[in-house]
Design a protein around this ligand. Structure first.
Ligand code: SF4
Length: 429
C-alpha cells in the first residue's frame, strides 16, 4: 500500500538547485557488492585536477549543500584528504560513502578525515558483499560490524554516521531488525538508507540500443533474470510500518515518467535511547527546506547535528507529526521525569526505489535525481553512468518484436522515435 502523496511534502529540489552533488573519485574498490552499478577498475583513480573540476561544476551549476564522495571505494584514493579539504573550502559538506574496510582498526584515519573537514560517513554494509573477514555473515551477524563503526565515529565526535543497505527480496524481512538496531542507537546512528535492488537482463523481452545501434548490455547490473528486481519503496515502507507505529514518512520524490510511485521516501523519526515517540510531519519538512534555503541559499539533506532542542515541540502548533510526538513524550515523562532533561534525537530513514524499466521501454528515474554526477562535463544519473562510460550515452530499451514484425505487441517503433525522459542530461554550458 505505502504512504500517500497528499500527506507528504514533495522535495523542491531540481537539477539546478539540489542539495546533493555525487562525486566519484575512483572506480576502484576493495570489495564487491552484488547490486553495484559501477564496473570496478575500468578507469582507476581520477586525478585531483579532474576531481576539482567536477566539484567546481557541481558547486557552480547545481548549487549543492553537500558533496557525497563515492566510488568505487573513495577511501582508497591517495588524495582523499585533499579532496575533502577542497570541498570544505567551497563551503560544501563533504560526506563519505564508504564500505568502511579502510577504517577497520584505523581510528586515526577517522580523526584525520574529520580534521580535513568531512562531516561524516554513510557506511554501506550488507550480506551481499564479499567483505574480507565477514564473507557469508548474515545481516544479523553484521550488527557487530555496524556497531563498531557507529561507536568509533561517536567516540571521535562531531561527525555523522548513516548506514546503508541494498534491499533484496531475500533480506526484506530483516529490515525491521535494522530499524530496531538504529532506534536503539539513535544518539550515534543519524540515519538509514535503504536502496531497492535493481538489475537488468538480456532475457527480459527487450532489445537494447545505444546511439541507434543494437547492443548487448555489459554493465555490471546485467544478470540472467530480473526475478529479484521488483521491490518498491512502498514494500519497504509497509515492512517498517508493520513493526513500528511511530514511523511515518513526511517527504518524497516521484518518478520521471511513472506517477504511481515514490522514488525517494524520507522519514525523520524522533526519540531517545529509551523510546521512539513519533516522526515529524510534512509541514516541518517543508519549513526545514525553506528555512535552510533562506538562511544558507541551498536546500539540505544532511544536518551536522541530530539533537533536537525541546523548543521544537512548539512546532506541534502546526505539524501533526510533532503534535503526536509531544503527546507520547510528555506521557513518558510523567512515568520517567528525568527523561525531560535527556536529549531528543532525530533519525532519518531514506528509502530509494531506483530506475524501473516501463512496459513501453522507457526507464523511469528519480525525478530531479539527487545523485547526479559528472561525466565528460555533463550531469548524468550516477546509477546509469556506466552506460555513458561504455556506450557514450543512455541505453534505450525496446520491447522485442515477435518474428516477422508486427503481431508481437503490434508496435514497431524505431529506436530514436522513443521519447527521452525529462532531465536525462543537463549541459551546464
Ligand atoms: S535516478 Fe538518481 S537517485 Fe535514483 S537511483 Fe539513480 S542515481 Fe540514484
Amino acid at each position: 500500500m505505502g504512504p500517500t502523496k497528499r500527506n507528504m511534502y514533495r522535495f523542491p529540489w531540481s537539477g539546478n538547485d539540489n542539495p546533493i552533488g555525487w562525486l566519484e573519485v575512483t572506480d576502484k574498490c576493495n570489495t564487491y557488492c552484488r547490486g553495484c552499478y559501477r564496473i570496478n577498475g575500468m578507469q582507476g583513480h581520477k586525478t585531483l585536477e579532474q576531481i576539482k573540476e567536477e566539484i567546481d561544476l557541481l558547486a557552480k551549476w547545481r548549487n549543492c549543500d553537500n558533496i557525497s564522495i563515492a566510488g568505487g571505494e573513495p577511501l582508497i584514493h591517495p588524495e582523499i584528504m585533499e579532496i575533502i579539504a577542497y570541498i570544505k573550502s567551497l563551503k560544501m559538506k563533504p560526506l563519505i560513502l564508504t564500505n568502511g574496510i579502510k577504517l577497520e582498526n584505523n581510528r586515526p584515519m577517522v580523526e584525520e578525515l574529520k580534521r580535513a573537514g568531512a562531516i561524516g560517513f554513510t557506511f554501506h554494509i550488507d550480506s551481499e558483499q564479499q567483505r574480507p573477514h565477514w564473507k557469508g555473515k548474515t545481516e544479523t551477524e553484521l550488527f557487530e560490524l555496524r556497531q563498531y563503526y557507529a561507536d568509533m565515529v561517536h567516540d571521535v565526535g562531531g561527525m555523522t554516521a548513516f548506514f546503508g543497505m541494498t534491499v533484496y527480496p531475500g533480506n526484506l524481512d530483516f529490515v525491521p531488525e535494522m530499524v530496531k538496531w538504529a532506534n536503539k542507537n539513535i544518539d550515534r546512528v543519524h540515519g538509514l538508507v535503504m536502496i531497492g535492488y535493481r538489475n537488468a537482463s538480456m532475457n527480459s523481452g527487450y532489445d537494447y540500443y545505444a546511439n541507434g545501434e543494437k547492443i548487448t548490455l555489459e554493465t555490471s547490473y546485467v544478470f540472467e533474470d530480473t526475478e529479484e528486481s521488483y521491490l518498491t519503496s512502498s514494500d519497504v515502507y509497509d515492512k517498517i510500518k508493520e513493526h513500528f507505529p511511530h514511523y511515518e514518512t513526511s517527504a518524497y520524490m516521484g518518478g520521471t515518467n511513472a506517477i504511481d510511485k515514490m522514488t525517494w521516501l524520507v522519514s525523520a523519526q524522533l526519540g531517545n535511547r529509551h523510546q521512539m515517540y513519533g516522526s515529524v510531519g510534512a509541514k516541518v519538512m517543508e519549513l526545514f527546506q525553506m528555512f535552510h534555503h533562506l538562511q544558507h541559499g541551498t536546500y539540505v539533506i544532511y544536518s551536522p547535528s541530530n539533537k533536537i532542542p525541546k523548543i521544537a515541540m512548539f512546532l506541534g502548533l502546526f505539524d501533526k507529526g510533532v503534535r503526536q510526538f509531544n503527546g507520547k513524550f510528555l506521557k513518558d515523562v510523567l512515568r520517567h521525569p528525568l527523561r525531560l532533561f535527556q536529549p531528543i534525537y532525530v533519525q532519518s530513514i531514506g528509502i530509494i526505489q531506483g530506475p524501473d524499466l516501463m512496459e513501453d521501454g522507457r526507464v523511469d528515474m528519480c525525478e530531479s535525481c539527487p545523485d547526479m554526477t559528472v561525466w565528460d562535463g555533463k550531469l548524468v544519473h550516477s546509477c546509469r553512468m556506466d552506460e555513458w562510460r561504455l556506450y557514450g550515452g543512455y541505453v534505450v530499451a525496446q520491447r522485442k518484436v515477435a518474428e516477422g514484425g508486427a503481431g508481437g505487441n503490434g508496435h514497431l517503433i524505431a529506436p530514436d522515435a522513443i521519447p527521452v525522459g525529462e532531465g536525462d542530461t543537463i549541459h551546464p554550458n
